[in-house]
Design a protein around this ligand. Structure first.
Ligand code: UDX
Ligand code: UDX
Length: 434
């Protein structure tokens, strides 16, 4: 198939590269000239395991990068819109990039094409894109609009694209939906063909449900702190019930990233635009925001005043296996530490170049141990694997005080006590303090 993907961000780039790897001829378009030039040279602007090899394998054979939207559209039958849909000031979904992309596509229709919304767009956006194209299209070219939301998790986006648990395709024209389904046939995964609005709602409802799971378990964890229960044991006991399952119930600092905060706030706004007032989802967001404060209270409990204290922060990205800092807990926690007079030393295996754009007045260290040297406490903000593997004997000799505040529950309180560390987790029961 001849495919164009508009927008080469975390979503568009992975989608385009994987479609090429499936044997399609793919042109990835972006307005960001510098990004396109880097991609043309084979450099990947984001950290996504497995992506680099895919680009190397397909570049200049069936995978191309350009800023020329017109030419790309004219030479393709499928045009995916994967530009970003950032949150506006009161959480509404900013659809201007999608509208711009739709206009640019409409002006270059030189035959029947299928335009596919890959970006997370408000319910009803499929109809809006249809109207935009009808208004701006060259002559009376025929086209169809399809919704094909992405369910990619950063850090596992390539796997999620090649092994999706489901593919959702929403369209008014069944034949257009079938044609898009053809692209995914080689994956041999479940494909749901439905109407446009249901497809758009599936995406928001899925993300909002996952975010709700996280805020739910974080509230249970906060009660565990009060009563002295261990949330990891509680989740274990809950997970035997197949209706609950054990996934997405990791208590901790809460969710970040470019999707959950934006999509939950976006869904609340979409509700308001349709005279519907969500009551649960605003609470999900508030609980999530408060988790950062909850964590800082633990740091105070462990250290008292932070003035003059040296604090090591392990992990800056919003989750492991990505360099993405969007809505990362570190963006609120670290400035608060420095504001209260702490000397903060940070380390992240991958995200430090990104973090440097946002986090100032901190010392960037080359590894976890350097950050921990002379620290009065070590804070874990992202559960990178290398922190789980840490050598505690070595760590003990480096820190000034053996205190760990674990925002992602990666350690076991009993083992910490045996190793001589005061340990504060998120819902891990009464802390062992030396
Ligand atoms: C975004 C949203 O976060 C996600 O919810 C949605 O499902 C898909 O789009 P992401 O890929 O993370 O995902 O966005 P981002 O990393 O910001 O990349 C967007 C890209 O589109 C950027 O490279 C930007 O330069 C490009 N773009 C934006 C265009 O090419 N044209 C435009 O008009 C606007
Ligand atoms: C999410 C959805 O999983 C994906 O389907 C959608 O397409 C985009 O948004 P992503 O945001 O990349 O993917 O990461 P994910 O692994 O889902 O984690 C989201 C956030 O929730 C992270 O901040 C993570 O730290 C947090 N999280 C996740 C928890 O706090 N607890 C959990 O149990 C799981």
């Amino acid at each position: 198939m001849r495919i164009t993907v508009v927008g080469t961000g975390y979503v568009g780039l992975v989608t385009g590269c994987c479609f090429a790897d499936l044997g399609n001829v793919v042109t990835c378009v972006d307005v960001n000239r510098k990004k396109v030039q880097e991609l043309q040279k084979g450099f990947i602007p984001i950290y996504e395991p497995g992506l680099e090899e895919i680009v190397k394998r397909n570049r200049n054979k069936r995978l191309y990068f350009t800023t020329d939207l017109a030419k790309a559209v004219q030479n393709s039958d499928f045009v995916f819109i994967a530009v970003n849909t950032p949150p506006g000031k009161n959480g509404e979904v900013d659809i201007t990039h999608v509208q711009e992309a739709a206009k640019g596509i409409a002006r270059n229709l030189n035959g029947y094409k299928i335009i596919i919304n890959k970006s997370t767009v408000p319910i009803g956006m499929g109809d809006i894109v249809t109207q935009i194209i009808q208004k701006h299209r060259t002559k009376k070219q025929s086209f169809d609009v399809v919704s094909n939301p992405e369910f990619l998790r950063e850090g596992s986006a390539v796997t999620d694209l090649f092994k999706p648990e489901r593919i959702v395709i929403g369209a008014t024209s069944r034949s257009a939906a079938q044609k898009v389904a053809e692209i995914y046939k080689p994956l041999h995964r479940p494909i749901l063909i439905t109407d446009l609005k249901s497809a758009e709602m599936i995406k928001y409802a899925s993300n909002a449900f996952l975010a709700t799971k996280i805020s739910f378990i974080n509230e249970i964890a906060n009660l565990c702190d009060q009563v002295g229960a261990d949330i990891t044991q509680v989740v274990k006991g809950m997970s035997y019930d197949s209706r609950i399952g054990g996934q997405f119930l990791n208590a901790g600092l809460g969710f970040g990233g470019s999707c959950f905060p934006k999509d939950v706030a976006g869904l609340v706004q979409i509700g308001k635009d349709h005279q519907f007032q969500f009551r649960l989802l605003p609470q999900v967001l508030e609980i999530n925001r408060d988790q950062r404060k909850h964590f800082l209270k633990k740091v105070h409990k462990a250290l008292g005043s932070l003035k003059g204290k040296t604090i090591a922060v392990w992990g800056l990205s919003f989750k492991p296996d990505t360099d993405d800092m969007r809505e990362a807990p570190s963006l609120t926690i670290v400035p608060e530490l420095t504001a209260q007079g702490a000397k903060v030393k940070v380390y992240d295996p991958v995200a430090m170049p990104q973090a440097k754009l946002f986090l100032k007045n901190v010392k960037y260290c080359k590894n976890a141990y350097e950050a921990a040297k002379s620290a009065d406490a070590v804070l874990v903000l992202t559960e990178w694997h290398e922190f789980i593997q840490i050598d505690f004997q070595k760590l003990k000799k480096l820190v000034r005080k053996t205190v760990i505040v674990d925002g992602r529950n990666i350690y076991d309180p009993t083992q910490m006590a045996e190793k001589g560390f005061s340990y504060y987790g998120m819902g891990r029961g009464k802390p062992f303090v030396f």
